[in-house]
Design a protein around this ligand. Structure first.
Ligand SMILES: [Zn+2]
Length: 133
């Protein structure tokens, strides 16, 4: 089975449904309030297994990026750019995504999540310059 587009499963389906509505949600520990992403069974700070979804603003700063020449995406052979973003809402958390800017990112650039429907009911959260609107 192809890894693209991503296949939501029982555990990740609620997260993908939120992304399809243009919402970025992380987990919030019910006990100590620590935010975490990607989803895990228990809180690394207090080991509580009870949590809830918490929508956060998809913003961050560019930590690094690569240009991929490997054609992972079926039908796409042109190089594409993947950014590593440090989330403003969870400074210890790095996330990865496609770059949707008109130009390459700059180190420490402020970026915002943009939601792109890629078909088969799947929406991805990609990244673009924060001032792009
Ligand atoms: Zn906790």
């Amino acid at each position: 089975m192809s890894a693209y587009p991503p296949q939501p499963d029982r555990d990740s389906a609620p997260w993908w449904e939120r992304v399809a509505r243009g919402e970025f949600a992380v987990q919030e520990c019910d006990s100590c309030g620590t935010l975490r992403f990607p989803p895990r069974a228990f809180c690394a700070a207090c080991r509580t297994e009870v949590w809830r979804w918490r929508p956060v603003v998809p913003e961050g700063t560019v930590e690094s990026w690569i240009v991929s020449h490997q054609p992972f995406v079926p039908g796409r052979r042109d190089p594409y750019l993947v950014v590593m973003v440090r989330l403003t809402a969870i400074p210890g958390c790095l996330v990865y995504g496609n770059w949707r800017g008109e130009r390459p990112p700059e180190a420490m650039e402020r970026v915002a999540g943009v939601f792109t429907e890629v078909g088969a009911g799947v929406t991805l959260m990609d990244w673009a310059p924060a001032d792009a609107g």
